[in-house]
Design a binder for this molecule. Sequence first.
Ligand code: GLU
Ligand code: ZN
Length: 295
Amino acid sequence: MSTSPAYTGRFAPTPSGYLHFGSLVAALASYLDARAVGGRWLLRMEDLDPPREVPGAQDAILRTLETYGFEWDGAVERQSARHDAYAAALDQLLARDLAYACTCSRKQLEGQPIYPGTCRDARRALTDAAIRLRVPDAEYRFADRVQGEFAQNLAREVGDFIIRRRDGLYAYQLAVVLDDAWQGVTDIVRGADLLDSTPRQLYLQELFGLPQPRYLHIPLLLQPDGHKLGKSYRSPPLPADQAPALLTRALRALGQQPPAELAQGNAREVLSWGVRHWNPAAILRQPSLAEAEVR
Ligand code: GLU
Ligand code: ZN
């Protein structure tokens, strides 16, 4: 790419299930925030964890997004094709002694809210071991565009965290930071369940000398039982024939005020209304929202 656009956003679904209403709201927020300023909007499949992937979910997610009128820029990138980049980054961290092998079993760590650092200076062999990142006793903070100031002391509140699992799978925290930078993402719009992952991501950006994107975390939609929508049960794919109605409802979940007739139109019309009227200041400044409250 020869130019660096002022705004590049992305939607980064995990294919551990179909798109549900909660992920539709996240897709819509990132899409509108990008398109309202004429920015780019990318799609990245976060398929890091094959055992947890639902067969057919990747295609189903892409088809639903198309049916719902979303158009993304460029090709869909897949994290499964990025293992070489993750391995190189991991090697660099190990070489700089910023990361180390950990052989603690789940049982050994039981009841410990934060990793106690058992393997920190033990120089364990890398084979059949998880890799953890050493975190500093320092506060990492950022100003979220909706949620405001957010800060965490990494040593006290998070602890040395896993960047490659013992089974060889790369961790989300590492992959997301490398990929957002590689794709030139300037703006991250996603669910507030990731608010408390952000300081870890800021630390990784600092270690790799990567630019820090702007962040906007939308309230996480909760099921009546208090769980994250789409998490504790297998949600069916979103129905194609309800696209305008569900997109209109998704706009309301984001605090926007679409006219009721919009639900009778088509998906493209809803998106285009959303782009023209996008008002991020109307998004509720709270980490979660009961789905039942969204009418
Ligand atoms: N793949 C993550 C998810 O589906 C989102 C990651 C992100 O937006 O940073 O929850
Ligand atoms: Zn350990």
